[in-house]
Design a protein around this ligand. Structure first.
Ligand SMILES: Cc1ncc(COP(=O)(O)O)c(C=O)c1O
Length: 412
């Protein structure tokens, strides 16, 4: 898979060989990692190995085998994300993480929850329910989505913050277009004004060189099943400094009273952040433990980290940038206009294009899938978008195929 370049030091990766390690349906042009990541073979093997152990001896697995694996995964994942195990709550996905924060926080009413106008639909509903229950209002601010400088986005958010703003919610990477928001600067502006920041980083791990401590959100949430290529069922919440005691769990289970779980080896941890006998700390387990469930996806996260580490995350992002440039050129040549800026640091592994006015989303979806092209058509209030995902295993031939299909289905 690797070869030395003629200068000797830099490793050249044969991306075709790397792709062969992915489990992909060969009959599909797969351009939708942004929704769900496929699995590398070693990650599938690891999660399957764990599930076999769980199937064969559930008590031994849950009580004896899993706790040290869970702690190891927590430490490895935390290091990968730039945080510490004591702040990392594993969740099923980013939706669960946002729900945990939204349901567990008490905000001062009256006041408002502020968010951009490009948030993910289900997460908007989540905050709408919070607003309704807690007597707050929701306000959205328009994002300059084709900004050429991240400062324009910070300015737009600053203009929207008022003394009534209790919480700022935004995506680190926008779902419709893949635009990267200046998360660190947005959180800093919120903090200056006493506003809590909650970041939906659904796409951020791998997509950006993420350091969660540096972003410094009050609550940072994300998925590991997208760009990290961990199994479905792996997401997380990182609790920012000063917020350790702010949340209540979504599920009340045995973590609710740290010292009273009747099964297994109860090791007394040293305080709320000390490692316990369950692969957690009392503070983490309070929020994380949901009763009996299959958490093998969490335990397989180190295999996903190892897989892309073996390619090199900078190499992966370099390959993604090459594919983004290729996508902009080849799909741009079909006549579709770009909906994602190409400024370095503001774009990544998703590139969106405006579809012509009058196009029908259901018809396009049907026509694209009829040709075995897996790509989302995204409905925005004023237009339709075609969002191309290109991870390291995407090939130029797949982008060429998309261009051919776009010409056919749109007759451009
Ligand atoms: C920005 C954003 N937030 C939240 C989600 C929800 O992700 P999940 O269904 O894994 O919780 C997505 C999914 O694509 C997303 O793009």
């Amino acid at each position: 898979m690797f070869s030395r370049d003629p200068e000797g030091s830099v490793e050249q990766i044969d991306w075709g060989v790397a792709r062969e390690r992915m489990i992909l349906d060969p009959t599909v042009t797969m351009l939708n990692t942004g929704s769900f990541g496929p699995l590398p073979q070693p990650v599938f093997d690891r999660v399957t190995e764990l599930r076999l152990k769980l199937a064969a001896g559930p008590t031994d697995f849950f009580v004896r085998q899993a706790p040290p694996l869970l702690w190891e995964s927590r430490e490895r994942t935390a290091t990968f994300l730039g945080t510490v195990a004591q702040r990392l709550v594993f969740t099923t996905n980013v939706s669960a993480a946002i729900n945990l924060v939204a349901s567990g926080l008490r905000l001062n009413a009256p006041g408002e929850i502020l968010m951009s106008d490009h948030e993910y639909g289900a997460m908007i509903w989540c905050w709408e329910r919070v607003a309704q229950r807690q007597g707050l209002t929701i306000r959205t601010f328009p994002l300059p989505t084709m900004a050429s400088d991240p400062a324009e986005i910070v300015e737009a958010a600053k203009r929207a913050m008022t003394p009534r703003t209790r919480l700022l919610f935004f995506s680190h990477v926008l779902s419709p277009t893949g635009l990267v928001l200046p998360a660190k600067e947005l959180c800093a502006e919120a903090r200056k004004r006493g506003i809590l920041s909650v970041v939906d980083g659904a796409h951020a791990p791998v997509y950006v060189p993420l350091n969660v401590s540096d972003v410094n959100a009050d609550f940072y949430t994300a998925n590991l099943h997208k760009w990290l290529l961990a199994p479905s069922g792996a997401g997380f919440l990182v609790i920012g400094p000063g917020n350790e005691d702010r949340l209540q769990p979504l599920h009340v289970s045995w973590g609710y009273h740290a010292d009273k779980y009747p099964i297994g080896e109860v090791t007394k941890s040293s305080g709320p952040d000390g490692r316990d006998g369950y692969g957690s700390t009392p503070r983490i387990r309070f929020l994380e433990f949901e009763g009996t469930r299959d958490f093998c996806p969490w335990l397989a996260v180190p295999a996903a980290i190892d897989f892309q580490t073996s390619l090199g995350f900078d190499n992966v992002r370099g390959r993604i940038a090459e594919l983004a440039a290729y996508t902009r050129r080849v799909i741009g040549d079909t006549g579709l206009s770009l909906a994602t800026p190409s400024t370095l640091g503001m774009c990544g592994a998703m590139t969106a294009f405006n579809l012509p006015p009058g196009a029908s989303a259901p018809k396009l979806r049907k026509d694209l899938w009829a040709r075995r092209v897996e790509i989302p058509v995204i409905e925005r209030p004023d237009r339709l978008l075609l969002r191309v995902s290109h991870h390291f295993y995407t090939t130029e031939a797949e982008i060429d195929r998309l261009a051919e299909v776009v010409r056919e289905v749109l007759r451009v």
